[in-house]
Design a protein around this ligand. Structure first.
Ligand code: RP5
Length: 164
């Protein structure tokens, strides 16, 4: 199976990114994690993106906060799917990162998830890989069933507490 590249702009993004890491682990998808910044280490970020396809990656998750140009800078250097996670930091609640990540010019797309939406970033990668991987598609189906059961369990608990 191809790997997912997970790149974050700073190790301060790791608490958010861990949800993507854990989701990929749960689904048995190989990954590699790096800290590269579009602004502080632009050469390393660019080289990682430019070589990603030949290095066995099938998709890249890029997480950054503030003026979050990492996902776009990576997308500029590869035609692999790039999923951007806008990270909440500082004073603007992540809206700064959301707009910086999502507002890409035509031709260089970044599939952007919600602010701090790291689990969904991993799931998008999984769903892309599952187009050609029946076993992974089955694991995704099973996860959906399990997640639904958890919601129904919560419904039962809340209903018992409030509905007499
Ligand atoms: C961004 O600036 C990073 O992605 C991080 O979200 C934010 C703050 O970085 P640090 O100053 O904590 O390294 O580039």
């Amino acid at each position: 199976m191809k790997k997912v590249g997970i790149v974050m702009g700073s190790d301060s993004d790791l608490p958010i990114v861990e949800k993507a890491i854990n989701t990929l682990k749960d689904l048995g998808i190989p990954f590699e994690v790096h800290v590269y910044s579009a602004h502080r280490t632009p050469d390393e970020a660019g080289e990682f993106a430019a070589n990603a396809r030949k290095n066995g990656f099938g998709a890249i998750i890029a997480a950054a906060g503030m003026a979050a140009h990492l996902a776009g800078a990576i997308a500029a250097r590869t035609t692999l799917p790039v999923i951007g996670i806008p990270c909440k930091s500082t004073n603007l609640d992540g809206v700064d990162a959301l707009l910086s990540t999502v507002q890409m010019p035509t031709g260089i797309p970044v599939a952007t998830v919600a602010i701090n939406g790291a689990a969904n970033a991993a799931l998008i990668c999984a769903q892309i890989f599952a187009v050609e991987d029946e076993a992974l598609a089955k694991r995704l189906d099973e996860k959906r069933v399990l997640d639904a059961k958890k919601v129904l369990q919560k419904d039962a608990e809340i209903a018992q507490r409030y509905n007499g």
